[in-house]
Design a protein around this ligand. Structure first.
Ligand code: GDG
Length: 499
């Protein structure tokens, strides 16, 4: 079983004198002003939630956009701050972006073009030349920051996600002694869907600057290879999962991401979470209910939140006997709020929740409690433990870590996961109730099944789910990525030594 200690050992044995640097757009900790005080927050992001424990285990430097309004107040001259603040384990290097850069690169190209392009959720991508130019310029800015961190040494750079398709080549031009791996946290679409991107060739070429390219699923890796095969000049080896372009090789591999099972499980049974469960029970009068349903999401049109709410509405119409005996708590953290489609979704959710609550409201009861702001981790863990079921209804999702966090938090071996088959997580979590979110009736039926399932069956399913998440944890993910990359390098050295 992979643990934080194995991973540390792998890194210290194998990485030798190379520097270890992670690059992502989102930073793992941001500093914000609350009144006169500076507070440190962890963002609502699957990527940072997954990688923070890895960095805590292996140290190194994390390069990311400094987006908190107090970020500049706590860094040194090199824009460095050590994190986590109370028990520093690694270095965070912040990169500063202007409003215009953020607008074109992040809101524009990354999130209005690439995000909808890669998720089949029927939101049309917007392609804009100025956004693309800003995106490339910001990739250059990050490459400069990475080069400063490398400082002429040997390094292993681990790039995250769709914000940086141009980065590996830019880094290698500046620092020849580096190896790069990139992990794509979202789905890769089929080649027909990808073809509409006006800068498709540049994106594919840029990604092939990496030594290793990771996706959550074999299916995403196959889609990528197929897109390259049809889109640009390259030799694609489907058996060895390897692409050669311009004499250089890129390994393409599936690595399903996960959570820090041991840490989540330990935290979830701790005294702070128990206290928080009591506070929430009192605050929302939860003792009145036989069961609580839960949704936790960054507000995004890919997460299928309206579909979930319609299903609750349908469930209560079909099974009015559950009125007043059940409540659904939805945690929804607004994200990317400068983009029109996200603003529209926020408005739609407000209206929909108001309508559904109005329709079923009676004697002071209403079915949906909407917590529309960022919650501390302890609150999330307490909610995971209080829920009879968690409902993940994504229309398309690379993995979905909420599903795995819910399972990790349930060391009481109770609780049911209702999970969309269009998440990466559905490939592993087959003991969940797998339900198509586009079918409101099926989802309503699954809610009913969750509320009426026997305690024995709940336990059997949860035990198997926990076994899977315990074994396929975040340290295994990181260990597999690093082993694939390091064995690749080793092979090259071996070849050079052959006569
Ligand atoms: C991308 C891919 C892939 C949510 N609300 C709060 C909060 N969260 C945390 C959850 C979870 C994370 O945000 C969301 O993770 P997901 O995996 O669901 O989603 P994305 O952000 O879309 O992530 C996804 C992931 O990358 C990793 O590869 O799984 O498919 O889209 O960790 O707990 N955290 C806190 N307060 C909240 O209110 N503290």
């Amino acid at each position: 079983m992979w643990t934080s200690d194995n991973l540390k050992k792998l890194i210290s044995d194998q990485l030798g004198d190379r520097r270890f640097i992670i690059v992502s757009n989102r930073e793992p900790y941001l500093h914000v002003l609350q009144g006169d005080e500076i507070r440190c927050q962890q963002p609502a992001s699957g990527l940072t939630a997954a990688l923070d424990p890895v960095m805590q285990a292996c140290g190194g430097t994390w390069v990311a956009h400094g987006s908190g309004d107090a970020d500049r107040m706590v860094v040194d001259e090199q824009a460095h701050v050590r994190v986590p603040p109370h028990d520093p384990k690694y270095l965070l290097r912040r990169v500063w972006l202007t409003k215009e850069e953020e607008d074109g690169y992040y809101y524009g190209f990354a999130n209005e073009a690439l995000w909808p392009l890669c998720h089949i959720a029927y939101t049309r991508p917007t392609f804009n030349e100025a956004d693309w130019q800003a995106y490339v310029a910001v990739n250059r800015k990050f490459a400069d920051a990475v080069a400063e961190e490398v400082g002429g040494q040997k390094a292993f750079i681990f790039i995250q996600d769709y914000h940086f398709t141009q980065l590996s080549r830019l880094i290698k031009a500046r620092c020849p002694n580096t190896m790069t791996a990139q992990f794509w946290h979202i789905p890769w679409p089929n080649r027909e869907a990808f073809r509409i991107c006006p800068w498709g060739e540049e994106i594919l070429d840029g990604l092939l600057g990496n030594d290793l390219l990771g996706f959550h699923l074999q299916h995403h890796a196959q889609n990528f290879m197929d897109t390259v095969d049809r889109g640009i000049e390259a030799k694609v080896d489907y058996e060895q999962l390897r692409i050669t372009r311009g004499g250089r090789q890129t390994l393409v591999r599936p690595f399903p991401i996960s959570v820090d099972f041991a840490r989540s499980a330990e935290e979830a049974r701790g005294a702070d979470v128990a206290k928080e469960m009591q506070r929430l029970t009192q605050l929302f009068g939860l003792k009145r209910y036989e069961a609580i349903g839960l949704g936790v999401d960054r507000i995004d049109y890919t997460k299928g939140i309206p579909e979930r709410l319609h299903a609750i509405d349908r469930f209560l119409q079909r099974h009015p006997e559950h009125a007043k005996r059940f409540v659904f708590i939805q945690v929804g953290v607004p994200s990317r709020v400068h983009i029109g489609s996200y603003q529209a979704l926020n408005d739609r959710l407000d209206t929909l929740i108001e309508e559904i609550n109005w329709r079923h409201r009676s004697d002071g009861w209403q079915p949906i409690v909407y917590l529309k702001e960022h919650q501390p981790r302890t609150t999330l863990l307490a909610l995971y433990r209080l829920a009879r079921f968690a409902l993940v209804s994504s229309l398309h999702d690379g993995m979905n870590l909420v599903a795995k966090e819910f399972v990790a938090a349930r060391d009481d071996e109770d609780g049911i996961l209702i999970l969309s088959p269009f998440t990466g997580a559905a490939r592993e979590l087959t003991d969940a109730l797998l339900v198509n979110p586009y079918a409101a009736d099926h989802l309503a039926q699954a809610i009913h099944q969750a509320l009426t399932m026997s305690a024995d069956e709940r336990r059997r399913r949860m035990q198997r789910l926990r076994q899977t998440v315990r074994e396929y944890n975040i340290y295994r993910w990181a260990g597999k990525v690093l082993s694939a990359l390091l064995s690749f390098e080793f092979k090259d050295e071996l070849l050079e030594r052959l006569p």
